[in-house]
Design a protein around this ligand. Structure first.
Ligand code: SER
Length: 456
């Protein structure tokens, strides 16, 4: 199998679907349009929702995209697992009332086996429990033996996201072999790293009203999503997302800035990966006009950039280096996203200004922490309150790990339980605020728009 690069695979996917009469559309902005339910675009289908529901007419019934996406739900896992990143690109082919199950599965199979050249014997499809139609396509039309087709329940093989278009799905897994794991979790559909889910083909035919009632959409649709970096992991036979060609180039850059080697020390490796991933997310966010701030998308930007800066400090990268890494990310991704080069000066300025601001904040935080430490020492106490640690975190952007690290030398620990409690209260407040909007955004406003209105 040829080890195609990330930029090559993106082109191959879009060219394949263009051949199959799809309209190749540019990635949509990371900022959702007319959809208050999402802070950031998190899948290929998200910007296309009105085409699935029939609220809008698509420019063509067959569309393919490579969509830039950001997901921060698994932020604690970044750098620790093979498959989590905040930034990723999702390859997708979509049918709005055009082809359905059979063609969609044939396309996926042909692309993976004939174009990318993945070994058929390493591929395993999964289907929704009672989806006999999908079973027949895999078994009778494509020729996969019945015992290699796995049936999973709603949790794994029914794709939905709150209110909106949804349906059963069929996923394609790739067996990377025993070298990537032999534990009990390394089974089809398990949590291990051996079997990697590469493609999700959703038969998007229902609308969920959010109360568990499913009604048929006015048309049957196809919504597929394949992580570009995951496809590259499989194709290049590398351990994780962070080892594919483009991310490898980021690691080399971090090595030269830090003087440390990637893959020599497990703790440092996590920092390498966090920096590479978060700088990439921030680079793309800045290119879409998102500016660091204390709320909404701006806060996601700030949080990721500060996390990258903190891990930069841990690795000993000189202050002000994140814009150099962003420059590298721009060079690596401009092939697919020319807007990165066009907006390079602006992106680098936003990143370096935020990094400077953090460096100043961190100095303020250090002064405050020094004061708190001296107070405790005077009183002969050894525990910093969770409230103080949370104030340092929340108001001064001062991460808990750093607080702990600094206090460690003086034998002072942090009341982490109280810190987590303060964090929980903040999260619940944020979640409650999010719940007041629905998945499709403000439908009342959206549906009543004058259809003749144009947007640029
Ligand atoms: N909507 C599905 C996903 O995000 C397929 O695109 O996985």
């Amino acid at each position: 199998m040829k080890k195609y690069g990330v930029n090559e695979l993106r082109k191959m996917f879009l060219a394949y679907f263009q051949e199959k009469e799809h309209l190749v559309m540019k990635s949509f902005s990371l900022v959702p349009h007319n959809d208050n339910s999402l802070l950031l675009i998190n899948s290929g289908m998200a910007p296309l929702k009105p085409y699935f529901t029939g609220q809008e007419i698509p420019p063509k019934r067959r569309v393919a995209t490579c969509q830039k996406c950001i997901r921060t739900g698994d932020i604690e896992n970044i750098g620790k697992t093979a498959r989590h990143g905040t930034f990723f690109e999702m390859l997708g082919n979509f049918s709005f009332g055009d082809y359905f199950k059979s063609e969609a599965l044939h396309f996926a199979w042909e692309f993976l086996t004939e174009r990318v050249g993945l070994e058929k014997d390493r591929l395993y499809p999964s289907i929704y429990l009672e989806d006999e139609e999908a079973f027949k396509v895999w078994n009778e039309e494509i020729g996969i033996p019945a015992d290699r087709i796995y049936r999973f329940g709603k949790k794994d093989n029914f794709w939905e996201h709150g209110v909106g278009p949804c349906g059963p799905c069929s996923e394609i897994y790739y067996d990377r072999g025993e070298k990537y794991g032999t534990g009990p979790e390394d089974v089809m559909g398990g949590e291990g790293d051996r079997f990697l889910e590469v493609w999700n083909v959703v038969f998007s035919q229902f609308n969920n009203d959010g109360k568990g009632n499913y009604t048929d959409l006015i048309q049957k649709n196809i919504d597929t999503g394949m992580g570009l970096e995951r496809l590259a992991v499989v194709c290049q036979d590398v351990p994780s997302l962070f080892d594919v060609d483009t991310n490898q180039a980021m690691m080399t850059e971090i090595e030269s800035l830090s003087g440390k080697k990637y893959l020599e020390d497990k703790t440092a490796d996590v920092s390498f990966r966090i920096i590479a991933d978060h700088v990439k997310s921030c680079t793309f966010m800045a290119s879409d006009g998102i500016m660091p701030s204390n709320e909404g998308r701006g806060y996601v930007f700030r949080r990721l950039l500060r996390r990258a800066a903190r891990h930069g400090r841990i690795l000993g990268i000189p202050a002000g280096s994140l814009s150099k890494l962003s420059e590298k990310a721009i060079a690596l991704s401009s092939d697919g996203y020319p807007e990165l080069s066009e907006k390079k000066d602006m992106i680098l300025r936003v990143i370096s200004e935020e990094e400077d601001r953090f460096n100043k904040t961190i100095d303020n935080g250090l002064a405050i922490l020094q004061g708190l430490k001296e107070d405790l020492q005077k009183k002969g106490e050894k525990l910093l309150s969770g409230e103080d640690a949370f104030r340092l975190y929340d108001t001064y952007g001062f991460p808990l790990d750093l607080t702990k690290e600094i206090l460690e030398d003086s034998g002072i620990t942090v009341d982490e339980e109280a810190f987590q409690q303060a964090m929980k209260v903040q999260r619940e407040t944020a979640r409650a605020a999010r719940k007041s909007t629905n998945y499709m955004g403000r439908d009342d406003v959206y549906q009543n728009l004058d259809a003749s209105l144009q947007t640029e």
